[in-house]
Structures are given as C-alpha cells and as structure tokens.
Design a binder for this molecule. Structure first.
Ligand SMILES: Cc1cc2nc3c(=O)[nH]c(=O)nc-3n(C[C@H](O)[C@H](O)[C@H](O)COP(=O)(O)OP(=O)(O)OC[C@H]3O[C@@H](n4cnc5c(N)ncnc54)[C@H](O)[C@@H]3O)c2cc1C
Length: 413
C-alpha cells in the first residue's frame, strides 16, 4: 500500500481512532486540535458500547410526541425558541427521517457499523494497555411498566430483527440483578453482548498517547480555515500559521460542517447538546449500566463514580449551558437510588454531532479526492469511533470496505 501524509482535524474519539488505524498502516499522520485529546464531546458521554444501537432518534410518531416533550420545561427534549429559525431546516429533515421504510434502512446502516464496536476497539485498547476500560457484560433497559415498554415496541423489534439478543426480565428478576435500583421500575430488558467504557476521557487520551508513542503527531492548534486549490485543500490556516496538507480527514465533531461547507459539502449537522451528572461517591456498586428509555438517559458505573447522562437540547453550538437540565437528571438519579449522596457531584454539557437521520458521515468529499469525512455520530460516537477509524483506514488505503459505505455518504441529503 502506498503510504501518505495525512492530517486529521479533531482529537475526539473518532479522530483519534482514525489516526490510530491509519498509523497502523504506516501512514505519516498528524492530528490537529485546539484542545488536548478527548476534551470536547468525547469527554463526558455515558460510556455505552452498544453494538445493537441501531434505532434512530427520529421514529414514526415523533411529530405527535415532540409537543409533549417541549411543553415539559425539564423534559428530555428542549428547544430554545430564539434558536428555532436556525434549527428549522435540520428539524424538517429530522421529521422526514421518521418514515417507516427509511427507519428500516437507517437501522441497517447503524447496525452494520456498530456491530463491529468491540472487535474494532480490541486491537487499539490492547496496544494502549487499557483493556481494563472495556466491559462486555451487557446492560439492562428498565421500564416502569409494560405499557411504557410497548410504546417502544418498534425500536426493540428493529434491534431483534437485526440479531440483537434480548431477554425480558420481570420485576423480581430485575430486583435480583440490580438490587440497588428502587423507584417505579417493574420490568427490564437485558441486552447481551453490550457493554461500556468506564472512562471515555481516559480511553481517548490513552489511545492518543499510544498513537504518539507509535510515531503519530498531535498539534494543539485551532484551525481557522482551509486554503483550497484547484485539486483540493492545500493547507490549514491555524492560529500558529499555515500547515500544508496532502490528505485531509475532517473529524471535528459538531464543528465539522464548518469545514465541509467550505469544501462544497453542505452537510446538515446540528450540535445536539446533552448533560451528565457524575456522583463521585455513590457508596454502592452498580453491576452494569441501566438504560432508562422513558427519560432517555443512561446510568453508568464509571471509574470516577456513578454517572447519569442524557437530554437533547437544541440551542445553538455556542449558547451557555442550562444546568437545570443536569439537575433534572440528578433528581431522577435520586429517585432511582434514594439516599445517594450528591456531595462532590460534577456536571457537564457536551455537543453531540448529530445528523437528522442519526447516521454518521463516513466517506470521501464529493469534490476532492484528497479529502475525507468521519463525523456526525450523534448519540453513538463512542460505539462508532473505532469501527469508523477502521473503515477510514480501508478507504484511504484503497482496501475493499468491510461494509457498504452508501448509507454514510456525505451527499445523501
Ligand atoms: C450526554 C451525552 C451522552 C452520550 N453518551 C454516549 C454513549 O453512551 N455512547 C456513545 O457511543 N456515544 C455517546 N454520546 C455521543 C458521543 O459522545 C459523541 O458522538 C462523540 O464523542 C463524538 O466524537 P467526535 O470525535 O466526533 O467529536 P468530539 O469529541 O466533539 O471531537 C471533535 C474535536 O474536534 C475539535 N475541533 C473542532 N473544531 C476545531 C477547530 N476549528 N480547530 C481545531 N480543532 C477543532 C474539538 O476541539 C474536538 O476535540 C453521548 C453524548 C452526550 C452529549
């Protein structure tokens, strides 16, 4: 294989996993990021590794559900009204993606990518010596009753139809498996072959450090623009001068469309903001993560405490965090685990890079042969990081792809 000089914008999990796979192929790889690795969206996610997470966010019936969510001031979905005019084009595409046949196709694309989650992380975490971060013991979705579960029936069918193995747990079995859980939960679903990462920030930083030990280069610079010649990008304009580029990969998370638009690909990408609260001293150990579909959040046993993460807020990429949303998550946690101490709890807001069809962009720029995209992983960027990195290495290296890349094309809208 011919090796190349490759520059990647973005040191989140997607950029670092891509850099790691490209470096393994012998390319000269430079990652440019204004922050240290793993300090933007990849810092504070719920850590869920979910090969079966093939259910898009926009599902049939979404239009009927949204008003209810929006009228609840602290519900799982929020839209700042001043931001509505800017969000409308994305929201219209989001609603259009809920069409039943399209949902099936989206689920196929997500499942093809995410079924590789554990397998694609394995060589990276082994090389970096952080296999301890990855747990593969499954997790449980908890419901207050069977009516709430039936409301999500299509989502569970999409998973089962694509080979995800799920056991139903009655109230007694749920209590046996998770005795710490209180509150109003009467049934559960155990997802086999799922798992979690006990510290997403440490994962990204460890892979980044290993990438550097293996001869990769990370530059801490802000990319201000791209100098484009007739054959594509020639240099990055950065706050520390120009940086010549030969092959460029854009992995800039929720900022990626600023670059793709300058290269002729106006991709609909939205910063879908989410929050977490990490209870640093819960005084009990949860055996595995819990998904709480009725509140659209996860509770995950992290090495730094018990974390609850969720919420979807559309307010624009630069708006100040609204930590009442984190408070709502904390209140739910206190209902699930009465008596849990909030002393030293930390809160965080992150920007998911979200596409209206919940499917990332993975592929070559439409105009330029030397430019590639890997962004837009929305709710599943941690799961999708390593599989995406491996696909990018195949694509750039000219190897046949292990899966059909058509669902992820940048020009699909
Ligand atoms: C509350 C919450 C919970 C979540 N839970 C999960 C989960 O359980 N499982 C899961 O799979 N996913 C989860 N996610 C989603 C996941 O965190 C993201 O999809 C993922 O982190 C995106 O990674 P990324 O590398 O694309 O982007 P980022 O981590 O955002 O990285 C992008 C990088 O690009 C850099 N950058 C941007 N612009 C520039 C510029 N101009 N110059 C230089 N650098 C630039 C940024 O500094 C940043 O470091 C969650 C997200 C949230 C908010």
């Amino acid at each position: 294989m011919q090796t190349r000089n490759i520059t990647i914008i973005g040191a989140g999990i997607v950029g670092i996993a891509t850099a790691s796979y490209l470096r393994r192929d012998g390319h000269a790889v430079t990652v440019v990021d204004q922050r240290p690795p793993g300090e933007y969206c990849s810092f504070g996610n719920a850590g869920i590794l979910s090969p079966g997470s093939c259910v898009p966010i926009s599902m049939p019936g979404i239009l009927g559900q949204v008003p209810g969510y929006l009228l609840d001031p602290l519900g799982p979905l929020a839209l700042r009204w001043s931001y509505l005019p800017k969000a409308v084009p994305w929201l219209l595409r989001f609603v259009a993606a809920a069409e039943r046949k399209r949902v099936e196709r989206i689920a196929d694309g997500l499942r093809a990518l995410l079924s590789q989650t554990f397998e694609a992380y394995a060589p990276l975490v082994k090389n970096a010596g952080v296999e301890d971060l990855i747990h593969r013991s499954g997790y449980i979705a908890v419901y207050s009753d069977s009516k709430a579960y039936e409301a999500d029936a299509l989502g569970w069918k999409l998973r089962r139809d694509r080979g995800v193995v799920i056991d139903e747990l009655d109230a007694e079995e749920l209590r046996r498996r998770v005795p710490q859980l209180k509150g109003d939960f009467r049934m559960g679903l155990f997802l086999h072959d799922h798992g979690w990462c006990a510290n997403p920030e440490r994962l990204t930083k460890s892979l980044a450090a290993q990438f550097e030990r293996d001869g990769g280069r990370i530059l801490q610079r802000s990319v201000l623009g791209i100098d484009v010649g007739p054959d594509g990008p020639r240099a990055l304009r950065t706050d520390a001068g120009d940086l010549p580029v030969e092959t460029l990969v854009i992995c800039a998370g929720s900022h990626s469309n600023e670059f793709s638009a300058a290269l002729g690909d106006a991709v609909p990408l939205e910063a879908e903001r989410g929050y977490h609260v990490t209870f640093s001293d819960p005084r009990f150990e949860l055996p595995m993560p819990l998904m709480v579909p009725e509140h659209k959040c996860f509770v995950t046993p992290m090495e730094m405490g018990l974390r609850i993460a969720g919420q979807s807020e559309f307010a624009g990429i630069d708006a100040a965090p609204d930590y009442r949303r984190a408070d709502r998550l904390a209140t739910l946690m206190q209902r699930m685990f009465p008596g849990i101490s909030r002393v030293d709890a930390t809160q965080w807001m992150g920007r998911r890079p979200s596409m209206p069809d919940s499917t990332p962009v993975i592929g070559r720029a439409t105009r330029y042969a030397n430019t590639y995209y890997a962004f837009g992983h929305g709710h599943v960027g941690l799961c999708g990081g390593a599989p995406t990195g491996r696909l990018m290495a195949d694509l750039i290296g000219g190897r046949p792809s292990q899966i059909d890349l058509a669902p992820y094309r940048p020009d699909r809208f």
